[in-house]
Design a protein around this ligand. Structure first.
Ligand code: SF4
Length: 500
């Protein structure tokens, strides 16, 4: 379900996506237009702001603003962005507080007299401490976004080492958390991914060797006609400054750690036509529905799915159980595409602004309703009330993720545990609260078993509380942590200013 509703968070009861990133190196091609379409395919990952930066061999320029890709860019804006290398970003703010122009990406930074642009999907858990240090040392920031901290660190270390890859590598030694980042100089494109691989990042090749593309999901490659080449593996940094195979340089910048791809990419965030870590998202959702049908069977007349991400799992549930699948809820795809605030009367319609039941299909029926998750519980309650009004005789809610009891600190906006209904109530209490006849969730073991990615190993911290990256700063708001210091970091007696 595309949950960033654009109507004041009114319909938001799902984890919000964190961002989409895209990059292209293709001399002779209209790289800003390719990026525009790449961002279109990644729009579901962030709908608050959009931006494109382009390098032309002499400089880097960017255009970014609040709004959807189509609201930020028109022919005139794209025509002004010429060059051979570009990156783009669609943002949902999870770090850096409120949505603001300053926090929109790509971020521009200056290294000596060279400009770089950086775009980031994920969240750094130690950016406050690193940012505080940089501020103490006189570095100025335009926003409180963690991505700007990363850009400033890369700038410093590149200046010191005179090599961008070394600047990125040293930054990767310091930053902790989830990141899939793309960066351009006036000449080249870089992409790098955190050592656990929490957020996805793939490389593709344009036809006839015309250039290279990187994107958060393969749907971003498909839209520009690029063929999947490989993933950016955890801890890798890639540099692209040529169109042929020799133009792509891959380096293991920091050692990979246990693989911990966010399992919610398969449940909810990613588009169903994307392939993540060699596993098609639609197939994963279908398998989750089938597994749930085995784990939590129920007698019913029809199975319906909550659009969009609940539908493939509902089809899977129906296939496994033998209960017919029907379309029972229609989604208004365009209400989330406006920043116009609804009137109070419309606001009170809640979920009905976005979803409408097919009364003729569901009246008098015993329904199995399949959805991806219950996070805060408010829209589930409204959904059930809406289906009852439409005449549903029984409602059996089946959820293809285990109860979300723990907050996410890696780029998804569920970072207040008190807001999570499963942290406060038992399954029976939630069933009563939202008004269903029965409620069941897939098991964690069942969910993980449905995903046959190339690497086994997923972040399941939302369900288990087992975080792949320690959340030191959020817990303690402590200053720079000794255990994070790599060998080259100076001893305290030398003073931090020795570095900067
Ligand atoms: S905590 Fe949850 S949403 Fe966050 S990365 Fe892990 S599985 Fe994904």
């Amino acid at each position: 379900m595309l949950s960033s509703d654009g109507v004041g968070g009114l319909l938001s009861d799902k984890p919000e996506e964190a961002c989409g990133v895209f990059g292209v190196y293709a001399p002779g091609e209209d790289v800003s237009r390719l990026t525009y379409f790449g961002l279109h395919a990644l729009q579901h990952r962030g709908q608050e702001s959009a931006g494109i930066a382009v390098g032309d061999g002499a400089s880097v320029v960017a255009n970014k603003d609040m709004g959807l890709v189509t609201q930020v860019f028109d022919e005139g804006a794209l025509s002004a962005l010429t060059g051979h290398v570009a990156i783009g970003h669609t943002r949902y703010s999870t770090s850096g507080g409120h949505s603001s122009w300053e926090a929109a990406q790509p971020h521009l930074s200056t290294i000596t007299d060279e400009i770089i642009a950086l775009a980031h999907n994920g969240t750094l858990v130690n950016s406050h401490a690193l940012g505080r240090r940089l501020v103490e040392l006189g570095v100025t920031f335009r926003s409180s976004a963690d991505s700007e901290v990363a850009a400033k660190l890369i700038g410093y270390f590149t200046q010191e080492s005179h090599h961008m890859r070394e600047g990125i590598r040293r930054t990767m030694e310091l930053i902790e958390g989830a990141y899939a980042m793309v960066l351009i100089t006036q000449e080249a494109l870089y992409a790098f991914r955190d050592p656990h691989g929490i957020r996805p990042l793939v490389i593709g090749r344009l036809p006839e060797g015309r250039g290279w593309v990187v994107a958060s999901e393969t749907c971003g490659l498909d839209i520009v006609g690029a063929e999947y080449y490989r993933d950016v593996e955890p801890g890798e940094v890639i540099r692209i400054n040529g169109t042929g195979p020799g133009g792509l340089i891959i380096e293991q910048a920091v050692p990979a750690r246990p693989h911990a791809l966010c399992i919610f990419e398969y449940v909810y965030f990613a588009r169903p036509d994307s392939i993540i870590d060699n596993m098609n998202v639609y197939q994963a959702r279908d398998a989750m529905g089938r597994r749930l049908a085995r784990e939590a069977p129920v007698e019913a007349d029809v199975v319906i799915g909550v659009p969009d991400s609940g539908v493939p799992s509902a089809i899977g549930y129906a296939g496994e159980s033998g209960i017919p699948y029907i379309e029972g809820i229609v989604k208004n795809r365009y209400v989330g595409r406006t920043f116009i605030q609804p009137t109070q009367a419309l606001r009170e319609r809640g979920i009905r602004l976005k979803l409408n039941p097919l009364t003729s299909s569901i009246a008098g029926k015993r329904l199995v309703v399949v959805d991806d998750s219950i996070v805060r519980g408010n829209t589930a309650r409204q959904l059930v009330a809406m289906l009852r009004e439409a005449g549903a005789r029984e409602i059996h809610l089946r959820i293809v993720s285990p109860p979300v009891c723990w907050p996410c600190f890696y780029g998804i906006d569920t970072d207040v545990q008190e807001q999570l209904i499963s942290a406060r109530m038992s399954v029976d209490e939630i069933a009563e609260h939202i008004g269903v006849d029965s409620l069941a969730y897939i098991s964690e073991e069942g969910l993980v078993g449905c995903i046959q990615g190339r690497h086994q190993g997923y972040c399941t911290a939302c369900f288990s509380g087992s975080y792949p990256v320690k959340i030191t700063e959020r817990q303690q708001q402590s200053s720079f942590c000794d255990t994070m210091k790599p060998q080259w970091w100076p001893q305290e007696s030398q003073g931090m200013s020795a570095l900067f």
